[in-house]
Ligand binder design. Structure first.
Ligand code: URA
Length: 185
C-alpha cells in the first residue's frame, strides 16, 4: 500500500473513532499534506474553522503558521500538518484522555510518513508526541533526537497571536534553528 493510501486509512479510522468524539464536536480533522514529507508540523487540536471544514490550521493561527512555513522557502504542499487532538474539544483545550488517545492516531501517521523533522507546536504537542511535560518557555527553539527523528520544540502560533513578544519568539525559532536544521537534514 502507498503512504497516501495508508494515511487515508488512518483518516477513515479517525472519522469513525467513537473515543475521539467523546467530549468533542464538529468534523474530524485528521491532517493534510504530503505523505512523503520530510517535515511534519504538529499542533494541539482543531479550532472552530478547522472543525467546520475538516482542514488543519486554516484559522488565524494557521495563517501565521503557513506564512512562517513559506518563509522557510518550502511550499505548504511539501509538508504534512496535523494536531494531537483530531476533533475540537468542547472545553477548549484537550483533556489528558484526549491527548493520550489522540496520540495513538498521530503516532500511526508519523510511522507512515517517517519524517526527518517533527515540529512540536506548543506544550500539548510536546506532551502528545514525546510523552513529557516540558517547559516550553525555556526549551523553545531546541531539538530532541530520538530514533533518527529530530523533534523541534517551539511555541504554538496561537500563543504568538495572543502575546506579540511570543510571536517574535515563534518566528525566530522557525527562521533560526529550524531553518538551519532543515538545511542540514
Ligand atoms: N490549532 C491547532 O493546534 N490545530 C489546528 O488544526 C488549528 C489550530
Amino acid at each position: 500500500m502507498t503512504k497516501a493510501k495508508e494515511l487515508k486509512k488512518i483518516a477513515e479510522e479517525i472519522e469513525a473513532c467513537k473515543e475521539c468524539k467523546m467530549g468533542t464536536t464538529g468534523k474530524a480533522v485528521p491532517g493534510e499534506g504530503n505523505p512523503q514529507a520530510k517535515i511534519v508540523f504538529v499542533g494541539e487540536a482543531p479550532g472552530r474553522q478547522e472543525a467546520a471544514t475538516g482542514r488543519p490550521f486554516i484559522g488565524r493561527s494557521g495563517q501565521l503558521l503557513r506564512q512562517a512555513i513559506r518563509s522557510l522557502g518550502i511550499s505548504e504542499e511539501d509538508v504534512f500538518i496535523t494536531s494531537v487532538g483530531k476533533y475540537i474539544p468542547l472545553q477548549g483545550t484537550p483533556s489528558a484522555f484526549q491527548i493520550t488517545h489522540g496520540r495513538t492516531h498521530l503516532m500511526k501517521q508519523l510511522a507512515i510518513i517517517q519524517p526527518k523533522i517533527v515540529v512540536l507546536l506548543g506544550s500539548i504537542a510536546i506532551q502528545g508526541v514525546l510523552g513529557e511535560k516540558l517547559p516550553i518557555k525555556s526549551l523553545h527553539g531546541t531539538i530532541r533526537q530520538k530514533e533518527g527523528t529530530h523533534y523541534f520544540l517551539t511555541l504554538h502560533p496561537a500563543a504568538g497571536l495572543r502575546f506579540p513578544p511570543l510571536k517574535q519568539l515563534f518566528l525566530g525559532d522557525l527562521s533560526g534553528p529550524l531553518s538551519q536544521l532543515l538545511r542540514n537534514s
